[in-house]
Design a protein around this ligand. Structure first.
Ligand SMILES: C[S@@+](CC[C@H](N)C(=O)[O-])C[C@H]1O[C@@H](n2cnc3c(N)ncnc32)[C@H](O)[C@@H]1O
Length: 249
């Protein structure tokens, strides 16, 4: 059953209409056929599953807004970073990672500024504060069409931005495993395999790419449903983390 949605205001509809006209040269007819309202799992389910075997777990959320996720997360310690509202720290993710390099978390959920360069910086920041064996997740990684993806932002509701480009950098890394979960606008889940994963900077190629690139190359990505993701997460439980073997080396 699909959930009821609040109507967009007339001002929002007019604003989107003007922006669609302004940026119509970027239009692309491709569309990824996902209906999020029919999938009965969301980001809250994923984060709580990741923390389920860590009763003393520490959780960091980048971008909290009205705390819809933050308040639903079960963790012993929760830190939320947002320059505008919600969470526990009123600052940008850049400022947080610069000033809290010694803190450690078991799960980091990135849902702040949905721009590729920022998402990439947030990945680097998250890797720096992650406990061995930890997980990093990113929200809004699966735009379904050019309007949901377009930078600058056109869509008011369901805008993902172009953080999806990170998935193509992860594809080129030998030091991480990842899955792109086809739930809730796309949740990208990263499992680092070493203490300092090498993740190439492909911005020279990717910065100018748009939704059409994602659409053309979609089959390259490890896109899975919730059940497959849960099995994959379980397969990592109890595995000696390669982070710690690095530390011993
Ligand atoms: C999509 S909302 C987050 C929703 C929330 N994570 C949830 O699941 O309910 C994005 C939030 O990111 C915040 N944000 C924007 N730029 C940011 C930045 N540079 N660092 C951290 N948060 C940022 C915004 O203020 C906004 O509240």
């Amino acid at each position: 059953m699909s959930r009821p949605r609040k109507k967009l205001s007339l001002a929002t509809i007019v604003r989107e209409f003007i922006l669609v006209r302004r940026y119509r040269r970027a239009r692309d007819d491709g569309r990824l056929d996902f209906d999020w309202s029919t999938v009965n799992y969301d980001r809250k389910a994923v984060v709580n599953l990741l923390l389920a075997d860590k009763p003393d777990g520490a959780y960091l959320e980048i971008g909290c807004a009205d705390n819809a996720l933050f308040d639903a997360v079960m963790a012993r310690r929760k830190v939320g970073v947002d320059p505008r509202q919600g969470g526990t720290h009123r600052m940008t993710s850049d400022a947080f990672f610069a000033g809290h390099a010694n803190e450690r978390f078991d799960v980091v959920f990135v849902d702040g500024l949905h721009l590729y360069h920022q998402v990439r910086r947030d990945l680097d920041g998250a890797l720096g504060v992650l406990n061995p064996g930890g997980w990093i997740a990113f929200h809004d990684m699966l735009p379904r069409d050019w309007l949901e993806e377009h930078v600058p932002q056109i869509r008011t509701r369901g805008w993902t931005g172009d953080g999806w480009k990170l998935a193509f950098e992860l594809l080129a890394s030998p030091d991480v495993e990842f899955r792109l979960l086809a739930i809730d606008h796309g949740v990208l889940l990263v499992k680092p395999l070493t203490a300092k994963p090498r993740i190439p900077d492909l911005s020279a190629t990717l910065a100018a790419e748009r939704f059409a690139y994602l659409y053309r190359n979609f089959a390259l990505l490890p896109v899975v449903g919730y059940d497959e993701a849960a099995n994959w997460i379980a397969s990592h439980r109890g595995r000696p983390s390669e982070d710690s073997s690095d530390a011993q080396a």
